[in-house]
Write a protein that binds this ligand. Structure first.
Ligand code: BG6
Length: 484
């Protein structure tokens, strides 16, 4: 299968925070990979902007180092890398003052697509947005890209939206949730809406429950001070897991169009039930094998922040009433794996009364690693001796099914940046969606803060606190195993 690269128009892309960690790990390596794939038009330019005084050669050397660290060797070629670095400029900029803005304006070419990636602290969003206008750099066609965290509650998200809206129209604002850029996350929409097979069964009548798991093996070491103010609920559930839930639960949009998709997601968020404290389990990892515990990593011995959360939520609409969604995510768990598992109800009547075995179909969609889908179906256990049922997988790895193209799945950031250049907001969160997500999250967090509850300890390398098992056990269900 030949990999298709859809060309984009020539652009000037400015990265504010160009010397930061995200730029180093994701943005520059991602842009290089798109360049390698032939998607970056010949005259396009990338302008790094940051606070430090730095010669252009020094900045390019930094970008080169990030390519060497984060791009696989089969995509590195000295001549191509030189060509890529040749497109890069650097401007020393004072986000809260006047230094550098005239130079930035001089770097931008009229008539090109102009995009500005705010890879900086949210407290600077307003300053950047205002100065882009004051210095005549932004136009009505410019795009800005902003990163999470988009606020830490409804009030701060509203304030951020208002700050951006003072300078840019909603159609110019691209709020990144990198989960939406993952190949398999988009595949969720393809599976649901490009096949007749699943959609007729996609409701409470036929689906018993849904499990969404995002398990990580890393701890929070290194990011402790950020993470401790956030916790798993704000860091993962309010955004990434909420987006996954929306794509599973939303009604079919009338078209694969940015606002049509986002309208449907918004309706799901608004229909989410409040979550009582008895439907939530929060945890903190302990120390093991000489590795620090959460409190040490967070640098806060009194911390009540969770590095693990599991919760049960219902959706009050016609499609989903009666089907619980169980969400869990945590650090330092047994394996790095993200998956969505849809468990269907048992058939209404069994003709195999005495046959032992399972009765459930489960559709598991693996987001990472080993992207793919697995549908558990019942068959007869081979051999004589009566009818015994056995559950077997119809297993599809996307990499195997799609050959080389499947193995070469672009990183979420590369895809999303190219969508910004294309002017396609489908995979970006709209302001009202973010606010609705916080409106659901805020009372949950307020609930446990009021109770002053301490998260339950769990050992690294396990599947989280024991109490999380109970969340499903008492409903007569159980979590799927966390494994790669
Ligand atoms: C980030 C969170 O948004 O997503 C991190 O801040 C988390 O805490 C990361 O580790 C997970 O992303 P991925 O793509 O590795 O699943």
């Amino acid at each position: 299968m030949v990999s298709r690269v859809i060309p984009v128009d020539t652009f000037d892309l400015v990265i504010f925070g160009a010397t930061g960690d995200l730029a180093r790990r994701k943005i520059f390596p991602g842009l290089y990979r798109r360049f390698w794939a032939g998607q970056v038009p010949p005259d396009s330019r990338i302008i790094g902007a940051a606070r430090s005084a730095m010669a252009l050669a020094e900045f390019r050397a930094q970008v080169l180092a990030s390519i060497e660290e984060f791009v696989s060797p089969d995509k590195r070629d000295a001549a191509r890398i030189d060509e890529f670095l040749g497109r890069i400029a650097y401007v020393q900029i004072d986000a809260t003052g006047s230094g550098g803005w005239a130079q930035l304006k001089a770097e931008m070419r009229p008539g090109m697509i102009g995009a500005f990636y705010f890879s900086v602290a949210p407290s600077l969003f307003g300053d950047l947005a205002e100065r882009l206008h004051r210095h005549g750099i932004a136009t009505a066609e410019s795009r800005i890209v902003v990163e999470k965290p988009f606020g830490r509650d409804l009030a701060s998200a509203r304030a951020l939206n208002a700050t951006l809206a003072a300078h840019f129209a909603e159609r110019q604002i691209y709020r990144i949730d990198h989960y939406l850029g993952k190949e398999t996350v988009q595949n969720l929409m393809a599976v649901r809406f490009a096949n007749i097979l699943f959609e007729p069964l996609w409701n409470a009548q036929h689906i018993d429950h849904v499990q969404i798991t995002v398990a990580e093996t890393v701890g929070v070491g290194g990011r402790g001070s950020y993470y401790d103010k956030s916790g798993a609920m704000r860091d993962m559930v309010q955004n990434h897991m909420m987006q996954l839930l929306c794509l599973i639960a939303m009604e079919p949009p009338y078209h694969f169009d940015p606002n049509a998709v986002r309208d449907e997601k918004l309706k799901v968020i608004r229909a989410l039930d409040p979550v009582g404290q008895d439907q939530i389990v929060r945890g903190q990892y302990t120390s093991a094998s000489g590795q620090p515990d959460y409190l040490t990593d967070a640098g806060n011995p009194e911390s009540l922040t969770e590095s693990y959360i599991a919760l049960k939520v219902g959706i009050s609409n016609w499609r989903w009433k009666g089907t619980p969604f169980y969400l869990r995510t945590g650090k330092k768990l047994r394996a790095r794996t993200s998956e969505i598992a849809i468990t269907f109800r048992e058939p209404p009547h069994s003709i195999f009364d005495d046959a032992p075995g399972w009765r459930e179909n489960v559709l598991a969609i693996r987001l990472q690693p080993n992207e793919g889908m697995n549908l558990m179906v019942m068959i007869k256990e081979p051999g004589p001796g009566g009818m015994r049922l056995v559950q077997v997988p119809l297993d599809m790895s996307f990499a195997k099914a799609l050959g080389a193209e499947g193995a070469d799945i672009p990183d979420a950031y590369e895809r999303l940046i190219m969508d910004v250049i294309r002017g396609n907001q489908t995979l970006f969160m709209r302001g009202d969606e973010v606010e609705a997500a916080w409106a659901w999250t805020d009372p949950i967090i307020a609930g446990w803060e009021a109770a002053g509850r301490r998260p339950k300890p769990y050992d690294p390398g396990t599947s989280g606190p024991e109490d999380a098992l109970m969340l499903l056990h008492r409903d007569g269900r159980r979590w799927r195993e966390i494994k790669e």
